[in-house]
Every structure is written in C-alpha cells, then in structure tokens.
Design a protein around this ligand. Structure first.
Ligand SMILES: NC(=O)c1ccc[n+]([C@@H]2O[C@H](COP(=O)([O-])OP(=O)(O)OC[C@H]3O[C@@H](n4cnc5c(N)ncnc54)[C@H](O)[C@@H]3O)[C@@H](O)[C@H]2O)c1
Length: 380
C-alpha cells in the first residue's frame, strides 16, 4: 500500500528555509506552499527550490484547502496567534520555539488541538540533537543507572537581533533548556522557582519590564523525586554561545563541553572519558540522512545565506521534520505533542513570573499536564 503524502506549507523563511530541502527530499511530503512577508525574498526562495504556490498573506494561505499542515518559523510574538489560526482553519501545526509567551495562549492551543484532533508539535531542536539522542540512548539501555539530577543552560548574546528580542525575559525562550531535562525521562514539570540575577541595560529593561541578566530556575518534576536546574541569559553577560545539557546518574553522568566543539564528557563513577557523539542518521529515511550534517547556514549567528546547505542545531532538523511527518502519516501524537510542548513552555513563562515575584513557587496548570508513560529515574 502506498503511504500517504502530507502537504506542508512553510511559513517564515529565515530559519524556516532550512527545512525546505529536507521536506522536499522526504518520501512522505509535498511542499504545498511557502509564505513570508516580502515578495522579493519569497520569489527568490520559491524560484531556487521550484515551489509554485507562494503567499505573502498568512490568512490567505490558511484558506488554501490543499494544505494539510503548516510549519511556522515566524518571529516569537506571532507563534501562538498563527498556530491558533491554523488549528481553527483545520491545519495540523508544527511551530518553532517557543510555543507561546502567555499561559492563555498555551491553553488555547492545547484545547483546540484536543477538540479538533489536529496535531500540534513544538519543533524543539535540542531534544533531537545528536547529544540528546546519545544520552537518551544511554538512558534507555539503563547505562546511566538511576537518574539523580539534570541541568541545562542556554546562554546567548542577542544584541543586534531583530527588535522583538530586545529585553526579552530570558525564560520566555527557555525550551532549549527545559526540553532536554524533561524529555530524557519523559517527565513533566509540577512547579518552578526562579532567581533573577544581575541587571541589563536600562533601555532594554523598558521593552518587557524584565530587569534580569540571568534567570536560574529549579524545576520540580511531577510524580517522582527528580529535579533540574536551568540557566538562561540573553543580554549583557559575557559567555560564548552555549546550549548545554547534563545528566547525573548513579552509574554514569554526561556533561556538555565548556567550550563549543570540544568533546562531551562521560563519567563512569569518578572516571571521565571524552566522547565523540555518534550520528543517528540511520534512524531517518535514506534521502534525508545527509541533512544531519552541520551546514554553513548559521541561524544563531543570524546569517540567512546558504539555505541549501545542511542542518545545524546538532543535526536535529531532519529528525524534527521526520517526527512531525510520521505522526501525521501514522495518525499518532508527535513528540512533543501539544500538552508536552505546553508543559515545557509554561516552565519558562512561570519561571520568569517567579523571578519577578522574588522566587515565589509557581505550579504548572492542569492543561499542561499529561498521562505519564515512562519509568522516571531508573531507565525506560
Ligand atoms: N534552534 C531553534 O529552534 C531556532 C533557531 C533559530 C530561530 N528559531 C526561531 O525561528 C523564528 C524565526 O527566526 P528567524 O531568525 O528566521 O527570524 P527572521 O526575522 O529572520 O525571519 C522571520 C521570517 O518570518 C516571516 N514573517 C514574519 N512575520 C510574518 C507573518 N505575519 N506572516 C508570514 N511570514 C512572516 C518573515 O518574512 C521572515 O521570512 C524565531 O521565532 C526563533 O525563535 C529557532
């Protein structure tokens, strides 16, 4: 039996353009359309990739009945609004991080997805990075022993990025840290407390009313004795770009390198070993395996030149695209689904709220909680 082909529209073609060649090579996908605001760039990309249907108006795209799903890569303030509009228009949604910046929007997306049966997936890159897949593989094989604690950080200097970034509360873009610490054991957050530290430049503070240079949050996991710590900074803190993920187990622990591109460290008891993390391309259909290789396009440096090259972010892009597509083909929830995406995103929203209230404990709302399915702590 021939498998279903999913017709996907790409919305937002900066970072989003990286996914075009992946979807074009995927055996279950047809790119139905592309959408972005300015006509000249839309046409340049449409011509380069041979895509006929092009929209500068998102509302018009949603009226196109031939489109099954949208993959949204627009600026942060648009993510929730566009996801909600797509679900209301009967489209499945994949959306880049973060899912939303308010709890109200999270509830709306979860509710719509569950009422309609349409799938929602937040495209969190770190949980499909080769480093995460490596640790997940150790966990699933029971090699970590009992998981005792997790830690993640994401430090980046956003000066010079588009205006909506200026003064953004660090924890409003926290899913690169929250995602891996919760996803490893498929745990969910129950509550958070967060410390805001330092102070950014006054003109930045006025944008979102957020003064802190660094926000550091403790997450209490639901239904188990595990917890995690996550650290975020966006402005006025000297640090090389870093997304890190560390897990401490009774038998083995994994630590991200301090300096980018150095090897990761695996500790067996007190014995450290430098490890070169393997590629997990063999989990993908052959035509998209090549996209796990790092390309020259560097969206974190805001360089949008070489959109025909491979994929960054730890080789995660083809894994993310494949997961979304297979969920639609197999008619099953993607990972992360709407509730998990909401739980991960709510951690950041509530962490910032906690920091603004002097570290007050914040409970995760019911609509971000989900039925547990994994063994937390000891290996799946
Ligand atoms: N690792 C990751 O997961 C990762 C990395 C980079 C960027 N991102 C996310 O991707 C998003 C986009 O980042 P970017 O650097 O490409 O931004 P960008 O500003 O360079 O590009 C935004 C794109 O969205 C389009 N757009 C804006 N408003 C639109 C609208 N109303 N309708 C249709 N199209 C619209 C623009 O035309 C442009 O193509 C950000 O929200 C960021 O959070 C995630």
């Amino acid at each position: 039996m021939t498998e279903r082909t999913v017709r996907i529209a790409l919305v937002g073609l900066g970072f989003g353009a990286e996914f075009i060649p992946i979807y074009q090579a995927h055996p279950n996908v047809e790119i139905a359309a592309i959408c972005q605001r300015s006509r000249d760039k839309l046409d340049a990309i449409g011509d380069a990739f041979g895509i006929r249907d092009r929209y500068t108006d998102y509302a018009e795209l949603l009226r196109d009945e031939s489109i099954d799903a949208v993959h949204i890569n627009t600026p942060i303030p648009d993510h929730a609004r566009q996801s909600i509009a797509a679900l209301r228009a009967g489209k499945h949604v994949a959306c880049t991080v973060p899912m939303a910046t308010t709890l109200y929007e999270l509830r709306e997306i979860v509710t719509l997805s569950e009422q309609t049966g349409l799938r929602y997936m937040m495209m969190e890159t770190v949980v499909y990075s080769r480093e995460f897949l490596f640790v997940q593989d150790l966990y699933r094989r029971g090699e970590l022993g009992r998981v005792q604690f997790l830690r993640a950080s994401h430090q980046q200097e956003m000066a010079g990025w588009p205006g909506y970034w200026e003064g953004l509360p660090p924890m409003h873009y926290a899913t690169h840290c929250v995602g891996p610490v919760l996803a490893l054991t498929d745990a969910q957050a129950e509550s958070v407390t967060c410390l805001g530290s330092g102070r950014i430049a006054e003109p930045l503070i006025s944008k979102y009313g957020s003064p802190f240079a660094i926000e550091s949050c403790h997450i209490r996991f639901a239904d188990c004795d595990l917890g995690a710590e996550i650290t975020r900074s966006l402005f006025d803190t000297a640090r090389q770009y870093r997304e890190s993920f560390e897990v401490y187990g009774s038998q083995r622990s994994f630590e991200w390198p301090l300096i980018e591109h150095e090897p990761c460290v695996l500790h067996t008891g007190e014995q450290p070993t430098l490890v070169t993390v393997p590629d997990f391309a063999d989990r993908l259909p052959e035509p998209i395996r090549k996209f796990t290789t790092e390309g020259v396009y560097d969206s974190d440096a805001n360089q949008h030149l070489s959109f025909t090259q491979g994929s960054g972010h730890g080789g995660s892009h083809p894994h993310l695209a494949h997961e979304f597509v297979r969920a639609l083909v197999e008619d099953r929830p993607p990972y992360p689904d709407a509730r998990r995406s909401a739980n991960w995103t709510a951690v950041g929203i509530l962490a910032h709220q906690s920091a603004m209230r002097g570290g007050e404990l914040q409970e995760l709302p019911e609509y971000t909680r989900f039925a547990a399915r994994a063994t937390v702590g000891g290996g799946a």
